[in-house]
Design a protein around this ligand. Structure first.
Ligand SMILES: [Zn+2]
Length: 89
C-alpha cells in the first residue's frame, strides 16, 4: 500500500479534477474507479494505521508506488462517506 501524504496526493487530485473518473462504492473503504481513458475498472482500497492513511490501486502507476487519480477520486468519496456517517451517528 502507498502512504498518502498531502505532497504525493496533490498532483493526483489535480488529474482527478480534470479527468473526473466515475467512482462506485463497493464495501467499507473499497471502491471501483473507472479509468478515464480506457475501459478498465480499478479497485481502490484504503487503510489507516497509526493515524497514517494508506491507499492501493491496481493500475500501473500505483504499482510503481505513485498515487494515481483513481486513489484521489476514491479518497474524495471515502472522506464524504466518513463525514456523512459521523453526522448520522
Ligand atoms: Zn490507479
Amino acid at each position: 500500500m502507498i502512504k498518502l501524504t498531502k505532497e504525493n496526493t496533490a498532483r493526483a487530485i489535480e488529474r482527478c479534477k480534470q479527468l473526473k473518473p466515475k467512482v462506485r462504492f463497493l464495501e467499507d473503504r473499497t471502491f471501483a474507479v473507472e479509468s478515464a481513458n480506457n475501459p478498465n475498472v480499478y479497485q481502490v482500497r484504503f487503510d489507516v494505521k497509526d493515524g497514517e492513511k494508506f491507499g492501493e490501486c491496481q493500475c500501473k502507476a500505483a504499482e510503481r508506488g505513485l498515487v494515481c487519480y483513481h486513489i484521489a477520486g476514491a479518497a474524495a468519496v471515502n472522506i464524504l462517506r466518513q463525514s456523512m456517517k459521523r453526522m448520522a451517528a
